[in-house]
Ligand binder design. Structure first.
Ligand code: GCO
Length: 255
């Protein structure tokens, strides 16, 4: 394995990694040598994902906590401290989708999406960065954005606002933490084959639109994010900071 992309000796916490994009990126990081800390709120699903990865020989820990609950995020990082677990790589992947026209959208639903998709990345990022700075060994923060970090689509306003915020939070992290050897970057997945998108995938009109609108003429597979995650988690990206890399089959680059 190329030294540049080698994650051996590093520990990666991936939020929302019991399935979907988070689990796929976690597998890629483990493939490159990282020890994993999987996170989610469903302990059974987490343990099942961890067991499968351990079967493949990977070093996997589990940390069940709700990224929207600041106290549980802080407690999780304090547990890492107590157990000597240094988080070298944080992937802020946890997120939800909620599709409804804004004129019908309850503020509580708006707030829930913002809290889960954006505020959680700030809280976990703050807790990770404080410790990276104290260790003086730098670190990597990878926030998961979206095509909606740049472009809006009707009926997904809170998700769009949160993901637009992810793009700018990534730059804010770079601005404050770059001098501490921390690189904060983002990945912008395109339309990926995930449970969250099931309603879209099974809708023939939407499926047709995605395929026509994407130069690759297809949806993306979750594992297609792994290479970019490894790049941004590795020494290969030590002079990359505040960027968002779109893994979208070309969709955001064309009309
Ligand atoms: C939607 C989808 C998108 C994708 C992805 C695109 O309803 O439009 O859920 O938001 O999940 O974020 O980049």
């Amino acid at each position: 394995m190329s030294r540049l992309f080698n994650l051996q000796g590093k520990t990666a916490l991936v939020t929302g990694s019991s399935r979907g994009l988070g689990l796929a990126m976690a597998q890629g990081l483990a493939d490159a040598g990282a020890r994993l800390v999987l996170n989610g709120v469903n302990e059974e699903r987490l343990e099942s994902a961890a067991a499968a990865l351990r079967q493949d020989g990977y070093d996997v820990l589990v940390a069940a906590f709700d990224v929207t609950d600041e106290a549980s995020v802080v407690a999780a990082f304090e547990r890492f401290d107590a157990e000597g677990i240094a988080i070298d790589i944080l992937v802020n992947n946890a997120g939800v989708q909620f599709r409804k026209p804004m004129v019908e959208l309850a503020t509580a639903d708006w707030q829930r999406v913002i809290d889960t998709n954006l505020t959680s990345a700030f809280v976990a990022g703050r807790e990770a960065a404080k410790r990276m700075m104290a260790r003086g060994a730098g670190g990597k923060i990878i926030n998961i954005g979206s095509l909606t970090s740049e472009l809006a689509r009707a009926t997904v306003a809170p998700y769009t606002v949160a993901k637009g915020g992810i793009k700018m939070l990534t730059k804010a992290m770079a601005a404050e933490w770059g001098e501490h050897g921390i690189q904060a970057n983002a990945i912008g997945p395109g339309y990926m084959l995930t449970d969250m998108n099931e309603a879209l995938i099974s809708n023939p009109q939407f499926d047709g639109w995605v395929k026509a609108r994407t130069p690759a003429r297809r949806w993306g597979a979750p594992e297609e994010l792994a290479g970019t995650a490894v790049f941004l988690a590795s020494d290969a990206s030590n002079y990359v900071n505040g960027q968002i890399i779109y893994v979208d089959g070309g969709m955001i680059s064309v009309l």
